[in-house]
Design a protein around this ligand. Structure first.
Ligand code: NAD
Length: 251
């Protein structure tokens, strides 16, 4: 049953084990564009999708050069916003079971969410990994090399290809991370998807798992998603006001 409503239902106000799945839409108010929204990176430049596709990244040095330039242009100064803060407050209320995020920007932790509760299902942009030997170093060090004149810096240990420690399309997710997300979803009373088009698997499938296990489903997103029909509550309001309102403690 889908209801688009401004009122906060009792079952949400009384929920004690809320599992939240966030997507790029929670960070747009911080100045980080999403991919598929009206102002999204891919909406404006469909070619940009190649930068996030492993097959192209590995095969094409030009794609890698563009990917490093895109990382340089990332708004590294971005600060968390009211949506992130509402989730920190939910944790303080003792009602957050887990915060599964598709985001790679680290803004949940920057806002104050506990690292133990944040599950970064698509990795982080703050580290880089060698695709050959797995050596993990900081993005800052790699970008310093790009600025110093290496357009496509190679692994300093083995010479392999370096890539941000994010999950690209065509790249396997970390099994343990997926298991942690699935376990959290299976034991929540409310599943809240916020700022995600729910178009990327397996993250999107968490919605169905939660519903099948009997959790209420809330979808807060500016645009329709493929899961709106199974949601108990659909909210289209911007997240900067929607999350503080939906997750406020009841007196
Ligand atoms: P998406 O781009 O597919 O969808 C984002 C959704 O958020 C859109 O439907 C858009 O309408 C909605 N939205 C944007 N701003 C909003 C706001 N203020 N209030 C309410 N809704 C808003 O993003 P996705 O589903 O997360 O999937 C894209 C993939 O790319 C994910 O892996 C994601 O993590 C990654 N990505 C991450 C970042 C980041 O870390 N900030 C940015 C871009 C893409």
């Amino acid at each position: 049953m889908t209801r688009v409503t401004a009122a906060v239902p009792d079952w949400l106000a009384e929920a004690r084990q809320i599992c939240v799945l966030t997507g790029a839409g929670i960070s747009t108010d911080s100045g980080i564009p999403d991919f598929r929204g009206p102002q999204g990176v891919w909406t404006r430049d469909p070619e940009a999708e190649k930068l996030s596709t492993l097959q192209y990244y590995v095969a094409d040095p030009d794609v890698r050069r563009r990917a490093w330039q895109a990382r340089l242009a990332h708004p590294w100064h971005a600060l968390p916003n009211a949506g992130h803060a509402a989730l920190v407050d939910l944790e303080r209320q003792g009602r957050l079971r887990a915060l599964v995020t598709q985001n790679i920007d680290g803004l949940h932790q920057a806002a104050g969410s506990s690292p133990e509760l944040v599950v970064e299902i698509h990795g982080t942009v703050h580290d880089v990994v060698c695709l050959s030997c797995g050596d993990r170093t900081t993005m800052r060090a790699a970008l310093d090399r790009v600025v110093a004149g290496e357009p496509d810096p190679a692994c300093l240990r083995c010479g392999g290809l370096l890539k941000s420690a994010t999950i690209s399309f065509g790249q396997e997710l970390d099994e343990q991370v997926v298991e942690a997300a699935t376990a959290a979803v299976q034991s929540c009373d409310v599943f809240l998807a916020a700022g995600t088009s729910l178009g990327v698997w397996p993250a999107a499938g968490l919605t169905e798992i939660a519903a099948r296990r009997g959790a209420r489903v809330v979808i807060a997103n500016a645009e329709p998603t493929p899961y709106d029909d199974i949601a108990d509550l659909v909210v289209r309001e911007p997240l900067g006001t929607a999350l503080p309102r939906l997750l406020a403690p009841r007196d």
